[in-house]
Design a binder for this molecule. Structure first.
Ligand code: ZN
Ligand code: ZN
Length: 725
């Protein structure tokens, strides 16, 4: 009796056996509908076998085989098997979570055929000379189709209004659909940019590589990493391959999409990210699966796209922590991408101005190949001058120094823009009672509630709980409540007071909640309708503001002495990024850092633009302290309403782990950095090993004990290579 072993979206680390009724053909990778308990579920066939260990009367038959989509490839299934094993996450949940939502439902999908366009009989008979001259775009479309049939993408590259004009031509009967595939043509490449010597070397190194090779492209801000990507893509497209480009931020994808479209007007480029509608995501996923999409631009989830012709992977801003998923399958898309490139025997490029110390170490030790861009692509553009202001020795106005205000005033006079970078939204972090010292704590969390002045509310940024700002202290009744510390809103009001005529724009999660808002703000900034920008890290990433010449960094010090050993690395990357916003065009930029520790090595390294010196000293510190990348870590987390249950679970897991007597270090159970969130107590257990292999060996041996522990009322997770502590 033929048996299929099916991956189902259930939290069990196993496949499920079903019999295949006679006359039904099934193959690996197809989706099937099977009975599970009282439900019908969609699963993916992982194996076809002839026998099962399950008692024959308990083996149920497959209900339906879905053939509305081609089977998943063996390559993708292998990748998902690897992820399930490496990240210790149930195989069924791993496989199903990698698919677009529509493929996880039991409703059959209707995919639209990919249509191309050609001239109809009438259209071919038309004399273009007699066609109305004012219909410019229609004339362009007709002229183009006179040569050969074209895809929608190709026609859209003729004009932004090509879509509408094409509809008109279809309606008038000059143009018609055709389903035949297009003859493959040499793609158009806008090669307007001449590469610098360093860029050319980087391109040559990658194109000359055979088989799997991982390159780390370390390029200072403004050095033109994107131009290197474009040339590498061009090389792959010429050979008929597919490119996967991973980017960290969903906010950045529309901009990048437009940019790459403009460089490759003929190429079918699609994006994959969680901001797409279910239908769009399915459509794009299928385009990738068919090989019709030549460039796939996406956030972390796109690392699981089907790409039969995959020939190159690029991970931009590879150091960015948003490549790591923080729930469910806790994978790092960057690390999975490296594995995938290895599996396919192709090149992968990791690009960054501030590589993660893990990648930098891999390049130093020869596992990755280092490529450097040390000069700015535009020779006249200089790196910004960076200086520190000691906040303990200067006049401060609610968190902004007099010197910085003076510089901002000069920029306003010169019609240039300033940016104040602060990592805290809201008006002020906390409200304090001067009578008794009461602080506005959240009643559900261990954190404090943040004061939002505009709508007079205290909000918890951890659990979302909010209340109206109290008139008097809830403890002692004193009405003397004052805000402590600075958030974006408070900085905004200090600036407004000092510069009443200045146009100030606050960019943070509160002001950009609306989808269009951020786009509108960017347009305002570009049109120089803004004098001062106040923003959080949203502003630091990948935006070019040509009139911006001053960046002020307000409160970076807490990261210097944080309990998270990665905090200084993150701060350095963030400050390099935000500093890179200053002086990108012909105007020199200046960065002013307000700190109580102006001599700290991190700020010294920023002043001299010495990432390498900084990275080497950080790596030496990590090695001494025994932190990654010199050790490999896994974190078991638990949270629940009862403290005793949380600790009992973690301590039992710890005892079981120690009993295995393996070559790993098992730390004690400790409270999480935020020990209480939304009324749940949170604690964690860290495991550390000298090699990836011994960590993996231990985790595999430990799994059965974890599965057998009673944890019904708890939320538990195992995080491999955790980034958050
Ligand atoms: Zn009080
Ligand atoms: Zn809270």
């Amino acid at each position: 009796m033929p048996i299929v072993r099916v991956a189902l979206d259930v939290p069990l680390s196993t496949l499920f056996d079903y019999s295949v009724p006679e006359g039904i053909a099934v193959e690996i990778g197809l989706r099937v509908i099977v009975p599970f308990g009282r439900r019908q579920m969609v699963g993916v066939v992982m194996e076809c076998v002839t026998a099962t260990d399950v008692a024959p009367e308990r083996v149920k038959p497959v209900n339906q085989v879905l053939r509305d989509c081609a089977p998943l490839s063996a390559q993708l299934l292998n990748l998902l098997r690897f992820c399930s094993d490496y990240y210790r996450y149930p195989i069924g949940q791993t496989v199903l979570s990698a698919l677009p939502t529509r493929l996880r439902s039991d409703k059959p999908i209707v995919s639209k055929p990919i249509l191309n366009y050609r001239l109809s009989k009438n259209g071919a008979a038309l004399d273009l000379e007699s066609f109305p001259k004012r219909k410019v775009v229609q004339r362009r479309i007709l002229a183009r189709l006179a040569g050969q049939p074209c895809s929608l993408v190709q026609l859209k590259s003729l004009s932004p209004t090509a879509g509408i004009q094409l509809k008109a031509l279809l309606h008038e009967g000059y143009v018609e659909h055709c389903e035949e595939p297009l003859p493959s043509a040499e793609h158009v490449f806008d090669n307007a940019h001449t590469l610098t010597g360093e860029q050319q070397q980087a391109v040559n190194a990658v194109t000359a590589a055979q088989g799997f090779a991982c390159f780390l492209l370390h390029g200072i801000t403004g050095s033109g990493k994107t131009e290197v990507y474009v040339h590498l893509m061009h090389d792959v497209l010429r050979r008929g391959g597919q490119v996967l480009l991973l980017v960290p931020e969903i906010n950045l994808t529309p901009q990048l999409e437009n940019y790459f479209r403009s460089r490759f007007p003929d190429v079918n480029l699609i994006s994959l990210h969680s901001g797409l509608s279910e239908g769009e995501r399915l459509h794009n996923w299928q385009q990738a699966q068919l090989g019709a999409a030549q460039i796939v631009l996406g956030t972390r989830l796109s690392v699981f796209a089907e790409l039969p012709g995959l020939a190159l992977i690029i991970v931009d801003e590879e150091h960015d922590s948003s490549f790591k998923q923080q729930d469910g399958l806790r994978y790092s898309a960057r690390d999975v991408a490296v594995f995938r490139a290895n599996q396919c025997g192709i090149s992968i490029m990791l690009g960054s101005a501030t590589p993660s110390l893990e990648s930098y170490y891999n390049a130093q030790s020869g596992r990755y190949r280092m490529l450097k861009l040390t000069g700015r692509a535009l020779a006249e553009a200089r790196l910004p001058a960076v200086r520190s202001i000691n906040i303990t020795q200067t006049v401060m106005h609610h968190g902004i120094s007099e010197n910085l205000l003076h510089e901002i005033g000069q920029r306003i006079a010169r019609k240039e823009q300033s940016l104040l970078f602060i990592n805290r939204r809201g008006y002020a972090p906390v409200l304090m009672c001067t009578g008794c010292g009461w602080l506005s704590g959240c009643k559900h969390c261990a954190g404090k509630m943040v004061l939002h002045l505009k709508d007079q509310r205290l909000r918890c940024h951890h659990c979302g709980y909010q209340i109206r700002v109290p008139r008097a202290c809830p403890d002692c009744g004193s009405a003397d409540l004052i805000p402590v510390g600075s958030g974006t809103q408070r900085v905004e009001s200090v600036l407004q007071e000092r510069f009443p005529d200045a146009r100030i724009l606050r960019v943070d999660r509160d002001s950009t909640r609306n989808k269009r808002a951020w786009q509108t703000m960017r347009e305002q900034i570009h049109a120089n309708e803004v004098d001062i920008l106040v923003g959080t890290q949203m502003l630091a990433k990948g935006h070019d503001f040509p009139a911006l010449t001053l960046v002020g960094v307000l409160n970076p010090d807490s990261a210097l002495y944080s309990s998270d050993f990665r905090a200084p690395e993150k701060l350095f990357a963030q400050l390099v990024q935000v500093a890179g916003r200053a002086g990108r065009a012909d105007k020199p930029g200046e960065v002013i850092i307000q700190t109580a520790f102006p001599d700290h090595p991190l700020f010294r390294a920023l002043q001299t633009h010495d990432f390498e010196g900084w990275a080497v000293s950080q790596l030496a510190e990590r090695q001494m302290a025994g932190f990654p990348p010199f050790v490999y870590q896994a974190m078991l987390r638990a949270e629940g309403k009862e403290e005793s249950e949380v600790y009992a679970y973690l301590n039992q897991a710890r005892t079981a782990g120690i009993a295995l007597r393996q070559e790993v270090e098992i730390f004690g159970v400790v409270p999480a950095a935020l020990p209480r969130r939304a009324n749940h107590l949170r604690a964690q257990l860290l495991i550390q090993a000298a090699s990836r292999k011994s960590l993996q060996q231990f985790l595999r041996a430990w799994q059965p004990s974890l599965d057998s522990l009673e944890a019904k009322k708890l939320r538990c997770s195992l995080d491999i290579d955790p980034l958050e502590f």
